[in-house]
Design a protein around this ligand. Sequence first.
Ligand code: ZN
Length: 96
Amino acid sequence: MHNMKTLRKQMMTLLSDNEMSAREISAAVGIGEKEVYGHLSHIARSIKSQGKKLVIHPSECMGCGYVFEKRKRFTRPGRCPICKSEHIKHPFYRIQ
Ligand SMILES: [Zn+2]
């Protein structure tokens, strides 16, 4: 069981230096990919007071190139609304 504060701090340090996908974050800090999303939304809220923000490099459809720019959720979309392809690139996150 990880200490939450330490874990989030570790994620914040990583994301300040690199643009990473949830999968990369999960591998780097040793938690499940699904858990990463919960921590990301917590981090997004807590860094606001420091004048920083969590920037999402949006998911992109590999079928037609559609970019999910307006998506607010951190998870990868399941399907493209345009061409219905399920081959969607994972979003990347970074702290700026
Ligand atoms: Zn598409």
